[in-house]
Design a protein around this ligand. Structure first.
Ligand code: S3P
Length: 178
């Protein structure tokens, strides 16, 4: 028999532009939890922006920095953790999050993601001549990881407040069944 899961925290996973940071802040407010964003934690530890890190050190070094943040998060409690879109694809980051958090994936189609992020310029992986093609390819490669979340929430046709209400409901349900 496997040991009972602990839901001390709540982790939001999903592609760039799925709403993890906006929804995460709302959820943290409603649960009276702290809120952290792994991108912010990586930037604070490195003293550099993510764009700079990708440019100066490359993606693998960024993943290693993200990994260090994941390891440090194991000590948190009552925290909503918004994760960078690629975090759960690296080593066993997803399994580590599941040791202390309910993992909720926010889902959107490639077309919707493109509409949400097309005017943003701070995501190095989307600075290509064909961002929609890049989103489609990355989303297809990452889908098997995102599908391992405890809960998947469709964000299309829902505003962040509605998505946050769903996340809070799922968290209460999971905790009550612990
Ligand atoms: C990335 C997503 C970004 C950030 C970095 C890489 C990815 O985070 O971690 O640019 O690989 O999908 P958001 O998902 O918060 O945009």
């Amino acid at each position: 028999m496997s040991a009972a899961r602990q839901f001390r925290n709540l982790a939001l996973i999903g592609f760039m532009g799925s709403g993890k940071s906006v929804v995460g802040r709302l959820v943290a407010g409603q649960l009276d939890f702290d809120f952290v964003d792994t991108d912010d934690l990586v930037e604070a530890a490195a003293g550099r922006s993510i764009s700079q890190l990708f440019r100066e050190e490359g993606e693998l070094a960024f993943r290693q920095r993200e990994r260090a943040v994941v390891l440090a998060l194991a000590g948190r409690q009552r925290t909503v953790i918004a994760t960078g879109g690629g975090l759960v694809t690296y080593l066993d980051n997803l399994a580590l999050l599941k040791q202390h958090a309910l993992v909720v994936c926010l889902w959107a189609s490639a077309a919707t993601i493109y509409e949400r992020v097309r005017h943003h310029h701070h995501r190095p992986l989307l600075q290509t001549p064909d961002p929609l093609g890049r989103i489609r390819d990355l989303l297809a490669a990452r889908e098997p990881f995102y599908r391992q979340a405890d809960v998947i929430i469709q964000t299309e046709c829902r505003n962040p407040r509605e998505v946050a209400a769903q996340v809070v409901h799922q968290f209460h349900t999971a905790v009550s069944q612990q």
